[in-house]
Design a protein around this ligand. Structure first.
Ligand SMILES: CC(C)(COP(=O)(O)OP(=O)(O)OC[C@H]1O[C@@H](n2cnc3c(N)ncnc32)[C@H](O)[C@@H]1OP(=O)(O)O)[C@@H](O)C(=O)NCCC(=O)NCCS
Length: 191
């Protein structure tokens, strides 16, 4: 597991959050509350996500990290697991990656399943710290993820870390917006 990493807002001194291992099963409601406000989730969507998160965390190599304030408030989290071609996400993206000749990214790859930072705590380096810390600790040589296919802070962050587009306009059943699938070699690029 990754060691806890104190971090500071850019240009200031005292750490205002700590990134470290997160027991996401125990803290699933706090995490989903962060995701709900960061990403926009209805109560119905939160209930669906809770089942999905808990199922993912059954995987022995699933990893989760949280960003916590000194007062113990969870303000960001990331989790992921090694890709499995039999899993739903992989079966959806596979034909798109095959079409662009990037299907090999589905093997020996660590999937970033969720990454969210509470809006009040964004643009302080928390997202960057969460994703670099979690991927630094995995054995896979590459990482893949999907993000809504629009110019968002998430897409900016992923590109800055070395993720490149593997497929665009990927349609997940029931998702209203198309996604981009992105992949990066590990370790992620540093500033
Ligand atoms: C994406 C997200 C996790 C980033 O977290 P964050 O803590 O604000 O990000 P950081 O402060 O670590 O920023 C790191 C880099 O991301 C990019 N970035 C962050 N905010 C950005 C913005 N508003 N516009 C453009 N790029 C941005 C920049 O490259 C930045 O590096 P820089 O400061 O050196 O320019 C956060 O914006 C979020 O939770 N968004 C809503 C939920 C979401 O979209 N999650 C991803 C689902 S795929």
């Amino acid at each position: 597991m990754a060691a806890a990493t104190p971090a500071s807002p850019r240009g200031s001194g005292a750490p205002d959050f700590v990134v470290g291992p997160l027991d996401l099963v125990a803290h699933v409601d706090e995490a989903l509350a962060v995701q709900a406000v960061a990403f926009g989730l209805s109560q119905d969507e939160i209930d669906v996500r809770r089942h999905i998160v808990l199922r993912h965390l059954d995987h022995p190599q699933a990893r989760a990290l949280g960003a916590t304030t000194p007062a113990g408030r969870l303000v960001g989290f990331v989790y992921g697991l090694p890709n499995n071609r039999a899993h739903w996400w992989s079966t959806v993206v596979e034909p798109y990656l095959r079409a662009t000749g990037s299907e090999r990214w589905l093997d020996d790859s660590f999937v970033i399943t969720e990454l969210h930072v509470h809006p009040d705590f964004q643009q302080r380096g928390i997202g960057r710290s969460l994703i670099t810390t979690i991927t630094d600790a995995v054995v896979q040589p590459r990482s893949i993820l999907s993000a809504i296919d629009t110019e968002s802070p998430a897409r900016g962050l992923y590109r800055a870390l070395g993720y490149q587009d593997l497929a665009r306009q990927v349609l997940f059943p029931s998702a209203p917006m198309p996604y981009a699938v992105m992949g990066a070699p590990l370790p992620l690029r540093r500033r």
